[in-house]
Design a protein around this ligand. Structure first.
Ligand code: TUI
Length: 315
């Protein structure tokens, strides 16, 4: 069965699976592997210096001739420079996170770039549609990293009802059952982050992959609510220290303590004092696999779900 949707047509991809644009995690190697396998690979720009992002984009272009994207994290201080870079490099697709990309929409669209803002709410999704977004990624609070308030189960149908452009469901989706469920809710694609952390081609430190694989149902926690930027991470020593500062309502100290900690985990493998950003779906990730295997497994599992449910409907 083919999972062709408006989203796969829009992005010129085979399978409706977008890889999450995880900072310090989603490098050109991972993005290219996902795109080669027929999904949409994304380079996570995060706070990356402009020259490094240019190199990453060029690496991805060398590794795949398929479409790929860049996720722009809008809170980064040099965001204007990163936007200019994706324009100059003619990156086919941009996803945005952690803010409102309104200021950049016209320039990106003019260049022919497909823009998929990540929205944690109906209001932002509607605003984004009205200024020309090509699709909306609705990210529920099951996701890793910086999150909103709503769950994927509620956010997805609300967005599907609120906008006419395609909706991509994100947060808590790590297998074919999640893919099928997202389609049942009206989504035309999914964004998967945490499971791709354990792709063979993902260049994060092996110690972090081990933490994701070991994680059980209640092993993630949301920290940093007092800063206004809550973040879901796998519990460790850093998370406990931040939770304590949250309880004492000391947001400035959380910002200071958090600086540099994502790289400390993902690059250097410090799983106690690094920030282990990952979603609740970490509990569902059991092994390291090639990105292509993750995609084909998800698609064939979803096909099996539809076959089973189609049968139920006929009873
Ligand atoms: O952006 C993400 N996930 C992230 S960003 C990140 S780096 C960071 N670290 C610490 C604090 C803050 C950021 C780590 N993980 N996912 C997409 C996402 N976007 N989640 C939530 C949002 C979001 C929130 C508010 C998008 C738009 C928004 O708009 C507010 C407004 O201006 O309307």
């Amino acid at each position: 069965m083919a999972f062709g949707t408006r989203l796969t047509a829009l992005l010129d991809i085979e399978h409706p699976i977008i890889q999450g644009g995880m900072a310090w995690t989603a490098t050109a190697e991972l993005a290219a592997a996902v795109s080669q396998a027929g999904g949409l690979g994304i380079i996570g720009a995060g706070h990356m210096p402009t020259d490094l992002l240019r190199e990453q984009i060029r690496n991805a272009k060398a590794l795949t001739s398929r479409p790929f994207g860049v996720n722009l994290m809008l809170l980064t201080p040099h965001i204007d420079e990163l936007v200019q870079l994706v324009l100059d490099e003619h990156v086919p697709v941009v996803t945005t996170g952690a803010g409102n990309p309104g200021k950049y929409m016209a320039a990106l669209k003019e260049q022919g770039i497909k823009v998929l803002p990540i929205a944690p709410s109906v209001a932002l999704a509607k605003r984004m549609e009205s200024i020309g977004a090509d699709a909306i990624i609705g990210e529920g609070m099951e996701a890793g990293g910086h999150i909103g308030e709503l769950t994927t189960m509620v956010l997805t149908p609300l967005l599907v009802d609120a906008v006419s452009i395609p909706v991509v469901a994100a947060g808590g989706i790590a297998d074919g059952r999640g893919l099928a469920a997202a389609f049942a809710l009206g989504a035309e694609g999914v964004q998967v982050g945490t499971r791709f952390m354990c792709a063979e081609e993902c260049t994060i430190h092996p110690a972090v992959k081990e933490q994701v694989i070991k994680a059980r149902d209640r092993d993630t926690v949301v920290t940093g609510r007092s800063t206004g930027h809550p973040v879901r991470v796998i519990k460790n020593k850093l998370a406990r220290q931040i939770a304590e500062l949250d309880r004492e309502n000391r947001p400035e100290e959380i910002e200071a303590l958090g600086t540099g900690k994502l790289a400390l985990a993902m690059r250097h493998g410090d799983v106690e004092m690094g920030s282990l950003m990952a979603g609740q779906a970490a509990a569902m990730v059991c092994e390291i696999q090639p990105a292509a295997q993750i995609i084909t497994d998800m698609v064939s599992e979803a096909e099996a779900v539809f076959a089973r449910l189609g049968g139920l409907g006929a009873r």
